[in-house]
Design a protein around this ligand. Structure first.
Ligand code: GRF
Length: 185
């Protein structure tokens, strides 16, 4: 099972997928970020498909085409999104239908979107967590494969809570990818 990982940030989830011994064929990032260094240190090809814009002029279909082209030569069986900051056009989910996974830092369907950790803190919940799911064109709404609860602790800020969630994601995501790849889910 040849996996493409899409990332935009620190790349610690990517690191955990690589450390689990899963076969990462390529890492693609949409901006300069530490995930590129993580890939290079692990001897994995890293490609940058930069966004031309982060504003209203962003051309999502064109970007999605570029990303599909970047993955094209790598014989990818499965795409694992690991903190990728670009929402993709439906064409991506046609090309890799049922073969795109994501980890999200909340117990979906609660707290969808890019600010899930801040939103959980703002809501005052005592428990949040993470969700591994199949990605569809409907953002953060695809079939759920695994979830785990994480407590919110008095005095938490977004950084401390997110780190507690990520500690779980670094175990649960590689495990779930491996189980999915074996056809167990
Ligand atoms: C994870 O919490 C993931 O769920 C979210 O972005 C974070 C990525 O962390 N979408 P990192 O960049 O891999 O450290």
């Amino acid at each position: 099972m040849r996996i493409a990982v899409l990332a935009s940030g620190a790349g610690s989830i990517l690191e955990s997928i690589a450390a689990a011994g899963l076969c990462i064929a390529v890492v693609v990032v949409d901006r300069p970020c530490r995930a590129t260094e993580v890939a290079e240190l692990a001897g994995i090809t890293a490609r940058v498909v930069p966004r031309a814009s982060f504003g209203a002029t962003f051309d999502r279909p064109a970007y999605t085409k570029e990303l599909l082209a970047a993955l094209g030569g790598h014989d990818v069986d499965l795409v694992a999104i690991a903190g990728f900051g670009t929402v993709l056009d439906g064409a991506f989910f046609d090309a890799y239908a049922g073969r795109v996974l994501n980890t999200h830092p909340s117990l979906l369907p609660a707290f969808k979107g890019w600010h899930a950790v801040d939103d959980a803190l703002a809501a005052g919940v005592k428990v949040t967590g993470c969700t591994i799911h199949i990605v569809t064109a409907d953002v953060d709404a695809g079939p759920i494969l695994a979830q785990e609860a994480v407590p919110v602790v008095a005095g938490d800020d977004a950084a401390t809570l997110h780190e507690r969630i990520k500690a779980v994601e670094r175990r649960l995501y590689p495990d779930t990818i491996a189980r999915f790849a074996r056809g167990e889910l």
